[in-house]
Design a protein around this ligand. Structure first.
Ligand code: ACO
Length: 313
Protein backbone atom coordinates (compact mmCIF):
# COMPACT_ATOMS: atom_id res chain seq x y z
CA UNK A 1 0.00 0.00 0.00
CA UNK A 2 1.36 3.47 -0.90
CA UNK A 3 2.12 6.04 1.80
CA UNK A 4 -0.88 8.13 0.74
CA UNK A 5 -3.22 5.15 0.94
CA UNK A 6 -1.91 4.29 4.40
CA UNK A 7 -2.39 7.87 5.54
CA UNK A 8 -5.92 8.01 4.09
CA UNK A 9 -6.83 4.79 5.87
CA UNK A 10 -5.61 6.23 9.14
CA UNK A 11 -7.44 9.54 8.52
CA UNK A 12 -10.75 7.65 8.06
CA UNK A 13 -10.32 5.90 11.40
CA UNK A 14 -10.90 9.15 13.35
CA UNK A 15 -12.41 12.01 11.36
CA UNK A 16 -11.06 15.49 12.23
CA UNK A 17 -12.35 18.99 11.41
CA UNK A 18 -9.95 20.64 8.96
CA UNK A 19 -10.26 24.34 8.06
CA UNK A 20 -9.75 25.37 4.43
CA UNK A 21 -9.43 29.18 4.52
CA UNK A 22 -9.23 29.42 0.72
CA UNK A 23 -12.87 28.37 0.68
CA UNK A 24 -13.88 29.84 -2.69
CA UNK A 25 -10.86 28.58 -4.66
CA UNK A 26 -12.02 26.04 -7.28
CA UNK A 27 -9.44 23.27 -6.57
CA UNK A 28 -10.11 23.63 -2.85
CA UNK A 29 -13.88 23.33 -3.37
CA UNK A 30 -13.42 20.16 -5.44
CA UNK A 31 -10.97 18.74 -2.89
CA UNK A 32 -13.43 19.41 -0.05
CA UNK A 33 -16.09 17.42 -1.92
CA UNK A 34 -13.73 14.46 -2.31
CA UNK A 35 -12.52 14.67 1.30
CA UNK A 36 -16.14 14.55 2.50
CA UNK A 37 -17.16 11.79 0.09
CA UNK A 38 -14.16 9.62 1.07
CA UNK A 39 -14.67 10.29 4.79
CA UNK A 40 -11.10 11.60 5.21
CA UNK A 41 -12.02 14.65 7.29
CA UNK A 42 -14.79 17.11 7.99
CA UNK A 43 -13.72 20.02 5.72
CA UNK A 44 -14.65 23.52 6.90
CA UNK A 45 -14.58 25.99 3.99
CA UNK A 46 -14.06 29.60 5.09
CA UNK A 47 -14.81 32.63 2.89
CA UNK A 48 -15.04 36.37 3.56
CA UNK A 49 -18.81 36.18 2.93
CA UNK A 50 -19.21 33.43 5.52
CA UNK A 51 -17.26 35.43 8.10
CA UNK A 52 -19.38 38.54 7.42
CA UNK A 53 -22.70 36.69 7.86
CA UNK A 54 -24.70 38.08 10.84
CA UNK A 55 -24.83 34.68 12.59
CA UNK A 56 -21.01 34.71 12.79
CA UNK A 57 -20.75 38.19 14.39
CA UNK A 58 -20.31 36.77 17.91
CA UNK A 59 -17.56 34.40 16.85
CA UNK A 60 -15.82 37.16 14.89
CA UNK A 61 -15.81 39.43 17.96
CA UNK A 62 -14.54 36.67 20.23
CA UNK A 63 -11.73 35.74 17.80
CA UNK A 64 -10.78 39.45 17.51
CA UNK A 65 -10.59 39.71 21.31
CA UNK A 66 -8.58 36.46 21.47
CA UNK A 67 -6.14 37.62 18.79
CA UNK A 68 -5.70 40.98 20.53
CA UNK A 69 -4.85 39.20 23.81
CA UNK A 70 -2.36 36.94 22.03
CA UNK A 71 -0.54 39.72 20.20
CA UNK A 72 -1.03 42.94 22.19
CA UNK A 73 2.43 42.62 23.73
CA UNK A 74 3.74 42.69 20.15
CA UNK A 75 1.95 45.97 19.46
CA UNK A 76 -1.29 44.67 17.89
CA UNK A 77 -4.19 47.07 18.48
CA UNK A 78 -7.86 46.07 18.96
CA UNK A 79 -8.74 47.71 15.63
CA UNK A 80 -6.03 45.84 13.78
CA UNK A 81 -7.02 42.54 15.44
CA UNK A 82 -10.65 43.07 14.31
CA UNK A 83 -9.47 43.74 10.76
CA UNK A 84 -7.16 40.69 10.74
CA UNK A 85 -9.79 38.16 11.83
CA UNK A 86 -12.01 39.22 8.92
CA UNK A 87 -9.31 37.60 6.76
CA UNK A 88 -10.14 33.88 6.32
CA UNK A 89 -6.51 32.86 7.05
CA UNK A 90 -6.54 34.54 10.48
CA UNK A 91 -10.17 33.48 11.16
CA UNK A 92 -9.17 29.89 10.33
CA UNK A 93 -6.08 30.04 12.57
CA UNK A 94 -8.23 31.35 15.43
CA UNK A 95 -10.72 28.48 14.86
CA UNK A 96 -7.86 26.01 15.32
CA UNK A 97 -6.39 27.94 18.25
CA UNK A 98 -9.77 28.00 20.05
CA UNK A 99 -10.51 24.32 19.42
CA UNK A 100 -13.35 25.01 16.94
CA UNK A 101 -11.34 23.04 14.36
CA UNK A 102 -8.55 20.46 14.59
CA UNK A 103 -6.22 21.60 11.81
CA UNK A 104 -5.79 23.85 8.77
CA UNK A 105 -4.65 23.47 5.17
CA UNK A 106 -3.89 26.46 2.94
CA UNK A 107 -1.55 27.61 0.21
CA UNK A 108 -3.36 27.07 -3.11
CA UNK A 109 -3.51 30.89 -3.29
CA UNK A 110 -1.34 32.21 -0.43
CA UNK A 111 2.47 32.10 -0.41
CA UNK A 112 4.28 29.93 2.15
CA UNK A 113 5.28 32.98 4.21
CA UNK A 114 1.68 34.32 4.27
CA UNK A 115 0.49 31.04 5.74
CA UNK A 116 3.48 30.42 8.03
CA UNK A 117 3.53 33.82 9.73
CA UNK A 118 -0.02 33.63 11.24
CA UNK A 119 0.59 29.96 12.14
CA UNK A 120 3.77 30.90 14.03
CA UNK A 121 2.13 33.90 15.69
CA UNK A 122 -1.20 32.30 16.66
CA UNK A 123 -0.83 28.51 16.88
CA UNK A 124 2.80 28.71 18.09
CA UNK A 125 5.08 25.80 18.93
CA UNK A 126 3.90 22.66 20.71
CA UNK A 127 4.89 22.28 24.38
CA UNK A 128 8.53 21.24 24.59
CA UNK A 129 9.26 22.27 20.99
CA UNK A 130 11.51 25.25 20.32
CA UNK A 131 11.10 25.41 16.58
CA UNK A 132 8.62 24.91 13.78
CA UNK A 133 10.11 23.18 10.75
CA UNK A 134 8.98 20.90 7.94
CA UNK A 135 9.44 17.40 6.65
CA UNK A 136 9.01 16.35 3.06
CA UNK A 137 7.88 12.76 2.72
CA UNK A 138 9.55 11.52 -0.48
CA UNK A 139 8.21 8.32 -2.02
CA UNK A 140 10.93 7.21 -4.44
CA UNK A 141 10.55 4.68 -7.26
CA UNK A 142 13.75 2.91 -6.07
CA UNK A 143 12.44 0.71 -3.25
CA UNK A 144 15.98 -0.24 -2.20
CA UNK A 145 16.72 3.12 -0.59
CA UNK A 146 15.42 4.49 2.70
CA UNK A 147 12.39 2.71 4.12
CA UNK A 148 11.14 0.69 1.16
CA UNK A 149 11.65 3.79 -1.03
CA UNK A 150 10.41 6.31 1.54
CA UNK A 151 12.75 9.12 2.64
CA UNK A 152 11.96 11.97 5.02
CA UNK A 153 13.75 15.24 4.14
CA UNK A 154 14.03 18.20 6.54
CA UNK A 155 13.90 21.18 6.63
CA UNK A 156 12.85 22.17 3.11
CA UNK A 157 10.31 24.93 3.88
CA UNK A 158 10.70 27.02 7.04
CA UNK A 159 14.12 27.90 8.50
CA UNK A 160 16.48 29.63 6.08
CA UNK A 161 19.69 29.41 8.16
CA UNK A 162 19.33 27.06 11.15
CA UNK A 163 22.16 27.18 13.68
CA UNK A 164 23.50 23.93 15.19
CA UNK A 165 20.88 23.81 17.94
CA UNK A 166 18.05 24.50 15.49
CA UNK A 167 19.40 21.84 13.14
CA UNK A 168 19.43 19.33 16.01
CA UNK A 169 15.81 20.21 16.80
CA UNK A 170 14.85 19.75 13.15
CA UNK A 171 16.49 16.29 13.15
CA UNK A 172 14.63 15.11 16.25
CA UNK A 173 11.31 16.48 14.94
CA UNK A 174 11.80 14.82 11.53
CA UNK A 175 12.49 11.46 13.20
CA UNK A 176 9.25 11.90 15.14
CA UNK A 177 7.34 12.69 11.93
CA UNK A 178 8.82 9.57 10.29
CA UNK A 179 7.69 7.47 13.24
CA UNK A 180 4.28 8.97 13.90
CA UNK A 181 3.02 9.97 10.47
CA UNK A 182 4.78 7.46 8.20
CA UNK A 183 4.85 4.48 10.57
CA UNK A 184 8.66 4.10 10.28
CA UNK A 185 9.52 1.82 13.22
CA UNK A 186 13.22 2.76 13.27
CA UNK A 187 14.08 6.25 12.02
CA UNK A 188 17.76 6.35 10.96
CA UNK A 189 18.81 9.97 10.73
CA UNK A 190 21.69 11.26 8.58
CA UNK A 191 23.01 14.78 9.22
CA UNK A 192 24.02 15.77 5.69
CA UNK A 193 27.08 17.75 4.64
CA UNK A 194 29.62 17.96 1.82
CA UNK A 195 31.96 16.03 4.13
CA UNK A 196 31.83 12.47 5.49
CA UNK A 197 33.39 11.89 8.89
CA UNK A 198 36.18 14.41 8.63
CA UNK A 199 36.88 14.20 4.89
CA UNK A 200 36.70 18.03 4.77
CA UNK A 201 37.19 20.82 7.30
CA UNK A 202 35.09 23.99 7.20
CA UNK A 203 32.91 26.03 9.55
CA UNK A 204 29.83 24.73 7.69
CA UNK A 205 30.90 21.13 8.38
CA UNK A 206 31.61 21.96 12.01
CA UNK A 207 28.03 23.26 12.34
CA UNK A 208 26.69 19.85 11.23
CA UNK A 209 29.02 18.04 13.67
CA UNK A 210 27.88 20.29 16.50
CA UNK A 211 24.23 19.70 15.55
CA UNK A 212 24.91 15.94 15.62
CA UNK A 213 26.30 16.21 19.16
CA UNK A 214 23.32 18.27 20.33
CA UNK A 215 20.82 15.89 18.71
CA UNK A 216 22.44 12.92 20.49
CA UNK A 217 21.97 14.74 23.79
CA UNK A 218 18.35 15.64 22.95
CA UNK A 219 17.39 12.11 21.84
CA UNK A 220 19.91 9.60 23.21
CA UNK A 221 18.04 6.54 21.88
CA UNK A 222 17.73 7.84 18.33
CA UNK A 223 19.87 6.28 15.56
CA UNK A 224 21.48 9.46 14.20
CA UNK A 225 24.89 10.12 12.70
CA UNK A 226 26.87 12.81 10.92
CA UNK A 227 28.42 14.41 9.20
CA UNK A 228 27.60 12.33 6.11
CA UNK A 229 27.46 13.04 2.38
CA UNK A 230 24.24 12.20 0.57
CA UNK A 231 25.69 9.09 -1.11
CA UNK A 232 27.33 7.85 2.08
CA UNK A 233 23.99 8.23 3.87
CA UNK A 234 21.99 6.25 1.31
CA UNK A 235 24.19 3.73 -0.49
CA UNK A 236 25.67 0.73 1.38
CA UNK A 237 28.66 0.44 -1.00
CA UNK A 238 29.68 4.09 -0.46
CA UNK A 239 29.02 3.84 3.27
CA UNK A 240 31.30 0.80 3.50
CA UNK A 241 34.13 2.88 2.05
CA UNK A 242 33.54 6.23 3.72
CA UNK A 243 31.86 5.51 7.06
CA UNK A 244 32.14 1.78 7.84
CA UNK A 245 31.57 2.29 11.58
CA UNK A 246 28.41 4.36 11.19
CA UNK A 247 25.11 2.83 12.40
CA UNK A 248 23.23 5.04 9.92
CA UNK A 249 25.38 5.39 6.79
CA UNK A 250 24.11 3.36 3.83
CA UNK A 251 20.69 2.84 5.39
CA UNK A 252 19.40 6.29 6.37
CA UNK A 253 15.67 6.95 5.99
CA UNK A 254 15.62 10.52 7.41
CA UNK A 255 17.91 13.11 5.78
CA UNK A 256 18.65 16.43 7.50
CA UNK A 257 19.89 19.18 5.19
CA UNK A 258 22.25 21.82 6.61
CA UNK A 259 20.10 24.78 5.52
CA UNK A 260 16.99 25.71 3.58
CA UNK A 261 18.75 26.26 0.27
CA UNK A 262 20.15 22.71 0.32
CA UNK A 263 16.86 21.21 1.57
CA UNK A 264 14.58 23.00 -0.86
CA UNK A 265 16.85 22.31 -3.85
CA UNK A 266 17.37 18.71 -2.70
CA UNK A 267 13.68 17.84 -2.50
CA UNK A 268 12.99 19.39 -5.91
CA UNK A 269 15.83 17.41 -7.53
CA UNK A 270 14.49 14.19 -5.99
CA UNK A 271 11.00 15.05 -7.22
CA UNK A 272 11.81 16.30 -10.71
CA UNK A 273 14.80 14.14 -11.69
CA UNK A 274 14.29 11.20 -9.34
CA UNK A 275 10.56 10.81 -10.03
CA UNK A 276 9.59 10.84 -6.35
CA UNK A 277 6.10 11.73 -5.13
CA UNK A 278 6.41 14.25 -2.34
CA UNK A 279 4.21 15.56 0.47
CA UNK A 280 5.09 18.39 2.85
CA UNK A 281 4.10 18.62 6.50
CA UNK A 282 4.90 21.20 9.15
CA UNK A 283 6.19 19.85 12.46
CA UNK A 284 6.54 21.46 15.87
CA UNK A 285 3.29 23.49 15.80
CA UNK A 286 0.90 23.11 18.73
CA UNK A 287 -1.89 22.14 16.26
CA UNK A 288 -1.41 20.86 12.70
CA UNK A 289 -1.40 23.43 9.89
CA UNK A 290 -0.04 22.58 6.47
CA UNK A 291 1.00 24.51 3.42
CA UNK A 292 0.27 23.71 -0.23
CA UNK A 293 2.21 24.73 -3.30
CA UNK A 294 0.34 27.30 -5.38
CA UNK A 295 0.69 24.87 -8.29
CA UNK A 296 -1.07 22.12 -6.30
CA UNK A 297 -3.59 19.75 -7.83
CA UNK A 298 -6.94 18.74 -6.32
CA UNK A 299 -5.32 15.44 -5.29
CA UNK A 300 -2.48 17.30 -3.52
CA UNK A 301 -5.08 19.17 -1.44
CA UNK A 302 -6.98 15.96 -0.63
CA UNK A 303 -3.76 14.22 0.43
CA UNK A 304 -2.62 17.16 2.56
CA UNK A 305 -6.00 17.31 4.30
CA UNK A 306 -5.70 13.58 5.06
CA UNK A 307 -2.20 14.08 6.46
CA UNK A 308 -3.32 17.02 8.57
CA UNK A 309 -6.14 14.91 9.94
CA UNK A 310 -3.73 12.17 10.94
CA UNK A 311 -1.44 14.72 12.62
CA UNK A 312 -4.47 15.93 14.58
CA UNK A 313 -5.32 12.45 15.86
N1 ACO B 1 9.69 28.30 14.70
C1 ACO B 1 8.95 28.92 15.65
N2 ACO B 1 8.69 30.23 15.64
C2 ACO B 1 9.22 30.96 14.64
C3 ACO B 1 10.01 30.39 13.62
C4 ACO B 1 10.24 29.00 13.68
N3 ACO B 1 10.96 28.36 12.78
N4 ACO B 1 10.37 31.38 12.75
C5 ACO B 1 9.83 32.53 13.21
N5 ACO B 1 9.13 32.26 14.35
C6 ACO B 1 8.32 33.19 15.13
C7 ACO B 1 9.09 34.38 15.61
O1 ACO B 1 9.69 34.12 16.85
C8 ACO B 1 8.02 35.43 15.70
O2 ACO B 1 7.24 35.24 16.86
P1 ACO B 1 6.66 36.51 17.65
O3 ACO B 1 6.11 37.46 16.61
O4 ACO B 1 5.61 35.93 18.53
O5 ACO B 1 7.83 37.08 18.36
C9 ACO B 1 7.09 35.09 14.54
O6 ACO B 1 7.32 33.72 14.25
C10 ACO B 1 7.36 35.89 13.31
O7 ACO B 1 8.73 35.81 13.08
P2 ACO B 1 9.52 36.77 12.13
O8 ACO B 1 10.97 36.42 12.17
O9 ACO B 1 9.10 38.18 12.35
O10 ACO B 1 8.85 36.33 10.77
P3 ACO B 1 9.47 36.33 9.39
O11 ACO B 1 8.92 37.47 8.66
O12 ACO B 1 10.94 36.15 9.37
O13 ACO B 1 8.84 34.98 8.82
C11 ACO B 1 9.03 32.78 8.09
C12 ACO B 1 9.11 33.69 9.31
C13 ACO B 1 7.77 33.06 7.34
C14 ACO B 1 9.01 31.34 8.55
C15 ACO B 1 10.31 33.06 7.23
O14 ACO B 1 11.41 32.53 7.90
C16 ACO B 1 10.24 32.49 5.85
O15 ACO B 1 9.76 33.15 4.94
N6 ACO B 1 10.78 31.25 5.65
C17 ACO B 1 10.92 30.68 4.32
C18 ACO B 1 9.57 30.29 3.71
C19 ACO B 1 9.76 29.93 2.27
O16 ACO B 1 9.68 30.76 1.40
N7 ACO B 1 10.08 28.61 2.03
C20 ACO B 1 10.45 28.09 0.75
C21 ACO B 1 9.31 27.87 -0.20
S1 ACO B 1 8.26 26.58 0.27
C22 ACO B 1 8.40 25.33 -0.90
O17 ACO B 1 9.14 25.36 -1.81
C23 ACO B 1 7.58 24.13 -0.67
Amino acid sequence: MSLVDRIKEKARSCVKRIVLPEGDEPRTLKAAEIVRAEGLADPMLITRELIAAPENAGRLASYAAGLYELRKAKGLTEEKAAALVADPMYFGMMMVKCGDADGLVSGAVHSTGDMLRPALQIIKTAPGMKLVSSSFLMECPNREIGEDGLLVYADCVVNPCPDAEELANIAVAAADTARRLCGVAEPRVAMLSFSTKGSAEHALVEKVREATRIAHALAPGLLLDGELQFDAALLPAVAALKAPESPVAGRANVLIFPDLQAGNIGYKITQRLGGADCFAVLQGLAKPCNDLSRGCSVDDIVNTVAMTSVQAQ
